[in-house]
Design a binder for this molecule. Structure first.
Ligand code: BTN
Length: 318
C-alpha cells in the first residue's frame, strides 16, 4: 500500500507538555482582558465570551461544556494541554482568532478575526481504533449538515475531511490524539474544526487565495450574516451537538450514506498522492467503504482496492 493511515493517527501531537501545563495553570487576570498561559487571551467583554451560554443553549446535551476566548495560539493545542492535565471529556473551546492555527500534515490554518469559527472538542473515547478513525469523516458530515441547514448552501466533502462550497475549501478538520494509550486506544482525542464564514478583511494569503473560500462571500451575504446576532453560536452549538450524537453511534450506516452523498470526485479520474512513499498514482475513484476508505481502481489494475490514507486530486488533463 502506498499510503499510511490518516486522520487521528496521522496528526498525532508531540506535546512538550510539562512546561506548558505549568504555565497554563498559573493564569492571571488583567484589566479588560485576562491572559492565561502562552498566547491566550480571555475576553471578559467581547463577543465570544459573552456567548458561551448561547452555544450551550444550542447544545442541550449533558456533559458538554464551553469555554470561549478572544485569541489563542490554537484551540487544538490548548485542548491537548487540557487533555494532558486530566480535564474530562466534553470540553469545547472556541476562539475568535488563532495565531498559530494548525492544519493537517504540519500545515498551518489561517485563522483571522471576524472571518471564521475556530473550535475544538476534547474527547476521551471508549471506542475501538476503527471507530476512532471514523470521527474525522463524521465531523465533516456534522459540519455539512449544520452549515447547509443554516445557510441553505449545498456542500461537498473532499475526502477525507475538507468541506467545499462552489469549488473552494470553506472548512478544515484536524483530529489529534494523545501520545499515551491505554489498551491500544488514545487516552484523549482533540477534534478541531475551522470554518471560513466570511472573506477576511485583509484578503487571503497568496498561498491559499485560489483554494480557500467562505460560506458567505457575496457582499450582501456578508452584510446580512455578519450582523446576525448569535449566528456563530448557533453554528458552533448545533455542529458539536450533531457531532456528539454521531460520536456516540459511530457505526451508524446512515452517516456513511450522508458522507457518500456529498463526496467530491466520485466516479472521476483522480491522482492519489501523499502516502508514505511519496508516490503519485492515477486511478478512478469508484466508491467509499463503510469505514470511510476510498475504493480506488488504479490505472492498469483490474480490481479496486481500499485506500485509507493520503489525499486525492482531480486529474486535470482529462
Ligand atoms: C486542515 O484543513 O488542514 C485542517 C484545519 C483545522 C483547523 C482547525 S481550527 C480549530 C482547530 N485548531 C487548530 O489549530 N486547528 C483546528
Amino acid at each position: 500500500m502506498i499510503f499510511s493511515r490518516p486522520a487521528v493517527g496521522n496528526d498525532r501531537t508531540t506535546p512538550a507538555f510539562c512546561g506548558s501545563v505549568f504555565v497554563l495553570c498559573c493564569f492571571r487576570y488583567g484589566e479588560k482582558t485576562a491572559y492565561y498561559g502562552q498566547g491566550i487571551k480571555r475576553a471578559e467583554d467581547k463577543k465570544m465570551s459573552r456567548n458561551a451560554e448561547e452555544i450551550l443553549r444550542e447544545l442541550q446535551l449533558e456533559g458538554l461544556r464551553v469555554e470561549t476566548l478572544d485569541e489563542v495560539t490554537s484551540t487544538n493545542e490548548l485542548l491537548l494541554m487540557r487533555g494532558e492535565m486530566g480535564d474530562p471529556e466534553g470540553l469545547i473551546l472556541t476562539a475568535d482568532l488563532q495565531t498559530a492555527g494548525r492544519g493537517r500534515s504540519g500545515r498551518s490554518f489561517y485563522s483571522p478575526e471576524d472571518a471564521g469559527i475556530y473550535t475544538s472538542i476534547l474527547l476521551r473515547p471508549h471506542l475501538t481504533m476503527q471507530q476512532i478513525e471514523k470521527l474525522t469523516p463524521l465531523a465533516a458530515v456534522a459540519v455539512c449538515e449544520t452549515l447547509e441547514e443554516i445557510s441553505g448552501c449545498p456542500l461537498l466533502i473532499k475526502w477525507v475531511n475538507d468541506v467545499f462550497l462552489s469549488g473552494r475549501k470553506i472548512c478544515g478538520i484536524l483530529a489529534q490524539a494523545s501520545k499515551t494509550f491505554s489498551d491500544g486506544i488514545p487516552d484523549y482525542v482533540v477534534m478541531g474544526i475551522g470554518i471560513n464564514l466570511f472573506p477576511p478583511k485583509g484578503g487571503l494569503p497568496h498561498e491559499i487565495e485560489n483554494i480557500a473560500g467562505s460560506l458567505w462571500s457575496k457582499p450582501e451575504q456578508v452584510q446580512r450574516f455578519s450582523a446576525e446576532p448569535g449566528i456563530r453560536e448557533k453554528i458552533v452549538g448545533r455542529m458539536w451537538k450533531r457531532f456528539y450524537e454521531m460520536y456516540r453511534e459511530p457505526d451508524d450506516a446512515s452517516y456513511v450514506e450522508a458522507y457518500r452523498s456529498r463526496m467530491m470526485m466520485l466516479g472521476k479520474e483522480i491522482i492519489a498522492y501523499g502516502g508514505a512513499d511519496g508516490t503519485e498514482r492515477a486511478a478512478r475513484l469508484v466508491g467509499l467503504t463503510d469505514d470511510y476508505a476510498l475504493m480506488l481502481k488504479y490505472e492498469g489494475e483490474d480490481k479496486p482496492v481500499a485506500v485509507r490514507t493520503g489525499e486525492i486530486r482531480i486529474r486535470e488533463s482529462l
